[in-house]
Design a protein. Sequence first.
Length: 511
Amino acid sequence: MEILSAEQIRAWDQYTIQHEPITSIDLMERAAASCLSWLEKAGYLDRSFSIFCGKGNNGGDGLALARLLSALDCAVTVHILEFGNIGTEDFQGNLARLHQTPVEVRFIQGPEHFHPVEPGDILIDALLGSGLNRRLDGVTAQLVEHLNASGNEIISIDLPSGLFVDRSSKGNTIIRASHTLSFQVYKPAFLMPENEARVGVIHILDIGLHPGFLDQATGGSELLDLAIIRAIFKPRQAFAHKGNFGHALLVAGAYGKMGAAVLSARACLRAGSGLLTCSIPGSGYSILQTALPEAMLVMDPDEKIHTTVPDGLDSYSVVGVGPGLGQDQRTVLFLRRLLQQYKKPVVADADALNILASHPDLLSLLPPYSILTPHPKEFERLFGASADDYARLEKAREQAKKLGCIIVLKGHYTFIAMPGGRSYFNSTGNPGMAKGGSGDVLTGILTALLGQSYSPGEAALLGVYLHGLAGDLAAAAHSQESMLPSDLTDQLGKAFRQIAGFHGEPSNSIL
């Protein structure tokens, strides 16, 4: 699913008007009808509504919704911000239609016209939509603060008033919505952590915008969905053998941190690696052999840390490095030699990233199309602080291009920046994954996929989506609070089956 800017969304409306064709006021009617349908399905039609409208097209959506609610005998009152200027053509058209109904219309010219909000009313925010280009001030800002202070449930149409679509809204006066009813595609604002408290639960409603527009759209970002992932996923061939699925080298673990190596190694095998060798300090031998008999081991001469690059490095399809690695100075030298010797893409996480951050000259040694998987603090250590979430994502895009690597910036809606400039937001995953060890599992998954027949970009997208989907399945089985990172690995089989489209048990019978 494409993620479009405010300008592109307006262009999509115009494209639909011209190519369907449909009048703009009828397209507005379609949007209002989709909001009404959502309200009905969500069980709101036995409530009373106070709808707050500006005089732009977002306000026109609110007026059309008020008329449709009134036709179903819902109790509706409309409040219009009035500054003496005429509204847009479609706003005025819908106001004329509304005047043919019994809906009471009140005009707000100043704080003295703020009517007390009835305790049970559902407040519909149709003040300002995606066309906003400056912070709210004056009466508009005071009205938003008045509505937020009411304690009533607020449902925003398009997006909460006061929120910018594609730049930071920090410090703005913004509606605090319980639900946001938006149209057709996700907007960048919905994917930013800084906006979480404002947008509430997001619902994308299909209003039938012309699909032909997307053929010419160049948004630069997409929301990963099942359709994209299924186009990437490669089912196994009947005559395949272990050599077809790569020999991964996983460099992980240090004394007291061998659990990270176990988590990552199990995930690597569950994600389909044909062969796995774990490079570990000597003290981890019995732990790995016991926990994961499927993995082979290469032992570092040192009992506690990594000091020596394994022989035959070029024989491995992929190297994953970082979980539980530690940051001893001898390990720093080890990582330098590893990157100097291995020329295929690597997966770097955790302490490998911390070493890169403290020794930035090592970044130039990363093989092209390597995958870096920082969480926000690791990203900041690597590339510096960012003023806001938008700036952080732009920095990720810039660094992916500069380094020729794929940057996986972990979090809710994990952001994947490709070196060619394309970027993606992930749609799977949940807060139950916010536990130490979840990133180790992701490293194992990405290492496995990169060693198979997937390109680095495909491995990054499929791996991140799988990781989040396994997390969603684990949350369903155990709850977000109780789930463990190891539960993600246990759910990878179900996640693969969902992606493959299996329903019920597949038959292996040849009869």
